[in-house]
Ligand binder design. Sequence first.
Ligand code: MN
Length: 201
Amino acid sequence: MVKGQRRRHQLERYRERRDFSRSTEPTGDIGGTSGNPVFVIQKHDASNLHYDLRLAVDGVLKSWAVPKGPSTDPREKRLAIATEDHPLDYADFEGVIPEGEYGAGTVLIWDRGTYENITETENGPRSMSEALAKGHALVRLCGEKIHGGYALQRIDDDADQWLLIKIDDEAADARRNPVSTEPKSVVSGCNLDEIAAREGE
Ligand code: MN
């Protein structure tokens, strides 16, 4: 039994007892309901406001800080700075990182869902870990705000700097600007101030 299967099996009783359409408790479904891996985009009000894009790959969340957040316009290239891998359950984190701690500030789950690796080579599909090692990955995101294909392209000469670019598909829409029009958490429905106030209680 592979690791993911074992975890799903272990969580059967936990799940049977809960209605996740009514409770906000974690489903433990880190692999996603469709079997696809999770992605999350966390809005992070640190010293500089940014959006952390995280994709579950081989048991960790591969992470990029995207200062302007994702665009739905294929003509917009968004800088994405690779940051350290995070644990899978970080995808559930929303709250306040205390002052003096690394990344101090409020974190809001801006979007979340599953993704599909659609990276291809001439010889067929390429694994996510290989695609990221090569500096070019194509993913199809299935979130609540963000949908469809995105390219992650490493910029030459700097291993940490990537571009996040919307693929020109049916989900591309230059008129949408979800970063500004849909600021709230997809989990709590709160904005950054409300999350900060909630923690201060
Ligand atoms: Mn961050």
